[in-house]
Design a protein around this ligand. Structure first.
Ligand code: KIV
Ligand code: ZN
Length: 521
């Protein structure tokens, strides 16, 4: 079946709103702009760029994404309050194709929060959707926790929203409670029952608390949903949202039984997945469908034998289809700048001349220490080049001595706000000693929430990627770094997270959420 003869399903990406809302996944302004550009370039139809009333930072990000957008619809989120909707409109209005997305919790539990009766809430929906529609001709409305809302009431409020001018009705499974058959039936029955339903697009928005988000989303499409809401890598609160890459690839690979087309260029998936992982600080689980490190790796003897005879034995999609280079030749210390640039292009990374210079210096340094430099190593270098520089804290040198029977000792030289300082600290192992040294030079109250080490490639000279998550006064920041020296990578990741906390501290209210999207009153 050709794509032209398939029904079109619109991809609505909410990585920058629902994904970024995930504790610890906060992105900087520049990172949000970069991800929005990658999403648009990949062919996402609608980008939910943020929640403008939540903070000055969110407002700025949504406005700038709106101004820079070319083809995608740019959407902002607003609670069912006139002030929220006005602020949202102010942020999205400069997009060539703006959308206001307004919502209210309609289930009994959510109705109790603003303490509205059913009738009062129905009036509020009519008033707020009408207001949004008077500002913008593209309005999405969501009854939050729809899957736990009484059927009759759900039909009633959906009808009110349609009559008030909503053009898209989104049915969220806010707490990941539904199951595939119910998900399909709910959309199908709403379309059959609610007057005016055939004049709007129905959307599905699933969370993954029971691991069913992708299945529920695909079922909703079978039930008639023509917009799917998702995030890259399934990023999102708790167990996350529906993963964009899973839905898009499922529709592509199983077009025989699900005849739906999307506008996504799937070869761009891997690159954006890696960038979202890096900027959010959320590593992708190794066995994650489509984008996990092992998703296309065939380790067992039987599998490898089958693969060598015929790739289709164990592979239902080609690595190239998701942007993984089929065979990758490692670079070595004799590779020049042109080879590095060609490799970066292959990996979907475009860099300017100055950035290339910086990455090349890092590459040469790594190639001196490591026999073969693999694609994953190069990507780790790119990440490092993009995340370091002009920071409050910079490691100048680190020497760690450890052995059996005694504490480890770390000798650290670090620039703090441009001033060089040094210290020697002992600790229970090399990482503990190093972190103590960082704290001695830069006293702080940040609590270590997560410390995770992964090898980027195989071998004892492999680079280690380290993720560190810190929490301070409710603010969370994640740092990542990679190096062949695990302790040095740990120190850089720790310092990277501290730098992010420093930025957030120095512009409180800019990228700190002041309002939760659940406070609808
Ligand atoms: O999960 C949810 O209900 C949401 C709404 C704001 C659409 O994210
Ligand atoms: Zn959600």
């Amino acid at each position: 079946m050709t794509d032209d003869s398939k029904s079109r399903v619109y991809i609505f990406d909410t990585t920058l709103r629902d994904g970024e809302q995930s504790p610890g996944a906060t992105m900087t302004h520049a990172e949000k702009l970069e991800i929005a550009e990658l999403l648009e370039d990949m062919g996402v139809d609608i980008i939910e760029a943020g929640f403008p009333i939540a903070s000055e930072g969110d407002f700025r990000a949504v406005s700038e994404i709106a101004q820079r957008s070319k083809t995608a619809v740019i959407c902002g989120l607003a609670r069912a309050q006139l002030g929220d909707i006005d602020r949202c409109w102010e942020a999205v209005r400069q997009a060539p194709r703006p959308r206001i997305h307004t919502f209210i919790g309609t289930s009994p539990l959510h109705r109790a929060i603003p303490n509205l009766s059913m009738d009062e809430m129905a009036d509020r929906i009519h008033q707020t959707v009408t207001h949004a529609r008077n500002l913008c001709d593209n309005v999405q409305w969501s009854p939050m926790d729809a899957t736990r809302t009484e059927w009759d009431y759900l039909c009633r409020v959906v009808e009110i929203a349609i009559k008030a001018g909503a053009t898209t009705i989104n049915i969220p499974d806010t707490v990941g409670y539904t199951a595939p058959r119910e998900s399909a039936d709910l959309i199908r029955r709403l379309i059959q029952t609610v007057p005016g339903a055939d004049e709007v697009i129905f959307a599905t928005h699933c969370h993954n608390d029971l691991g069913l988000a992708t299945a529920n989303t695909l079922a909703a499409v079978e039930g008639g949903a023509r917009q799917v809401e998702c995030t890259i890598n399934g990023l999102g609160e708790r167990a996350g949202n529906t993963a964009l890459e899973e839905v898009v690839m499922a529709l592509k690979v199983r077009g025989d039984i699900m005849p739906f087309a999307t506008g996504v260029d799937t070869r761009k998936i891997m690159h954006i997945s890696r960038r979202v992982s890096t900027v959010s600080g959320f590593p992708v689980q190794f066995n994650k469908a489509i984008v996990g490190k092992n998703a296309f790796a065939h380790e067992s003897g039987i599998h490898q034998d089958g693969m060598l005879k015929n790739k289709e034995t164990f592979e239902i999609m080609r690595p190239e289809d998701v942007g993984l280079a089929g065979t990758s030749l490692p670079l070595g210390k004799h590779s020049g700048r042109a080879a590095l640039r060609a490799k970066l292009r292959d990996l979907g990374v475009e860099v300017g001349d100055n950035q290339l210079k910086d990455i090349f210096v890092r590459f040469k340094d790594l190639a001196d220490r490591k026999k073969e430099v693999f694609d994953e190593d190069i990507l780790a270098l790119v990440t490092a080049a993009m995340t370091e520089g002009a920071d409050h804290l910079e490691i100048v040198s680190l020497k760690v001595v450890c052995g059996t029977g005694g504490p480890a000792e770390a000798v650290l030289e670090m620039e703090v706000g441009g001033q060089e300082m040094s210290t020697t600290m002992e600790g229970d192992g090399p990482v503990d000693a190093t972190f103590k040294a960082v704290r001695a030079l830069y006293p702080n109250k940040a609590r270590l929430q997560l410390y995770q080490v992964n090898a980027v490639t195989e071998g004892t000279d492999a680079q280690a990627t380290v993720s560190v998550r810190l929490e301070e006064d409710g603010k969370i920041a994640t740092g990542q770094s990679a190096d062949t020296d695990t302790v040095y990578a740990s120190a850089k990741a720790y310092v990277n997270a501290l730098n992010r906390l420093h930025v957030r501290r120095s512009k409180t209210g800019t990228d700190t959420k002041e309002i939760s999207y659940k406070d609808v009153s």
